[in-house]
Design a protein around this ligand. Structure first.
Ligand code: GMT
Length: 375
């Protein structure tokens, strides 16, 4: 099949899912054409069967806000025609589904069908904002197929946008062959210089937006580090980074909290971790939590949103109220201070991740494409 994929190329869950999906589809022999303003962050080397089409933007003095969505729809229409795409799959509703709708109108409805995957904040935060609500609802209703990354997100979409049409839940996935605990060589892995013998390592990876509640991780870590010799690795960058650094200084944790900045390959970080923390305010799925589980790392997450569909409380981690610092710290300490529990939870984590393996989930996308095409 010839498949077009549009996503945000920047650091974030939806771009990661789109990139990993493209990689898996290409490995299966499909031809994948990415259409975006940049190469998705996980496509950082040559992959057979993957092509990239950059959206060109015209700079013009009249444009205070250059209309990216329109240029994107033109590029989509060009690629659909030139590469004879069978299907277009857009990730994150805003503005990608609206651009796909326009592209479809330009080339003719009989020429292309498009599937939109809803990821989370495109529904719960951005899409539901009054400046986007109507176009998001319209784009969902006019997509030829809609997938949601969790049952929670499907239900939220139905409620927020009063959607009656059929939407398919296709969970996020992980390639458990690639995402597994690896042996790290101190000579070659730079960040290991921050970790001393006997340190328990807690990690968090995100794009540092307020929704991730990273300050709660730091507050909980302050309690944890008083009881257990430990280090906190914070990976990623974004608007909360500066505030988090100030908090770390105030709490005098500079020698225990390491800001690693952006890492495209997170497997070494997860391999070095004893615990992963994701106490977000809301999380429609929590891809980074799944990637941690796949590397046999127990997760402390939230008992809300889509995370309970991924992390089983008490089995491969714990689910807490994101603002309950005491319980976040206590749950972490419970795992970090018992070798036996940590080992058991690590094994359960890996088992759990295997249920979301790419070999199980990616064919669900292929089946869905075929259903949409045959409808
Ligand atoms: O919040 C992020 O990390 C980025 C965001 C995105 O769309 O780029 O992530 C959302 O999509 C991910 C992939 O499907 C999900 O794993 C995340 O749970 C979801 N984020 C939220 O719901 C806050």
């Amino acid at each position: 099949m010839r498949i077009g994929i549009t996503c945000y190329p920047t650091y974030g869950g939806s771009g990661a899912v789109a990139a990993e999906l493209g990689i898996e589809l290409a490995k299966m022999g499909h031809i994948v054409h990415f259409i975006s303003y940049g190469l998705p962050f996980r496509i950082n080397s040559f992959f057979k069967n993957i092509y990239f089409h950059e959206v060109e933007m015209l700079e013009y003095p009249l444009f205070k806000y250059p209309p990216y969505s329109l240029s994107l729809s033109v590029k989509m229409a060009e690629v659909i025609e030139a590469e004879k795409l069978d299907i277009l799959h857009v990730h994150y509703a805003m503005p990608h589904a609206a651009s796909a709708y326009l592209a479809q109108k330009m080339v003719g409805e009989d020429k292309i069908k498009f599937v939109t995957t809803l990821h989370g904040t495109d529904i719960t935060l951005v899409g539901s904002h009054s400046s986007f609500y109507k176009i998001t609802k319209f784009s969902i209703e006019n997509s030829n197929g809609i997938t949601c990354v969790s049952n929670y997100l499907k239900k939220s979409t139905e409620e927020i946008f009063k959607i009656k049409k059929d939407m398919r839940v296709i969970y996020n996935f992980v390639n458990t062959e690639r995402y597994r605990k690896e042996c790290l060589d101190r000579e070659n892995v730079d960040f290991l210089k921050h970790i001393k013998k006997g340190d328990k390592v807690i990690s968090h990876i995100s794009n540092f937006r307020p929704v991730k509640r990273i300050q709660n991780i730091i507050k909980a870590f302050c309690k944890i580090s008083r009881e257990v010799q430990s280090k906190l690795l914070l990976v990623g960058e974004g608007p909360e980074a500066a505030r988090c650094k100030i908090m770390v200084e105030k709490l005098k944790l500079e020698d225990k909290v390491v800001f690693l900045g952006r890492y495209d390959n997170i497997i070494p970080v997860l391999s070095a971790s004893d615990l992963y923390m994701l106490p977000s305010k809301s999380e429609s799925f929590g891809l980074s939590a799944l990637e941690a589980l796949s590397c046999s790392v127990p997760v402390i997450g939230i008992n809300a949103g889509g995370l309970p569909e991924v992390v089983i409380d008490g089995q491969c981690g714990y689910l807490c109220d994101p603002d309950d610092i005491k319980s976040l710290a206590n749950r972490a300490l419970k795992i970090l201070s018992s070798e036996e529990l940590a080992k058991k939870m690590g094994q359960e984590a890996r088992k759990r991740a295997k249920l979301f393996d790419s070999s199980i989930i990616v064919p669900q996308y292929m089946n869905y494409y075929n259903e949409v095409l045959n409808n």
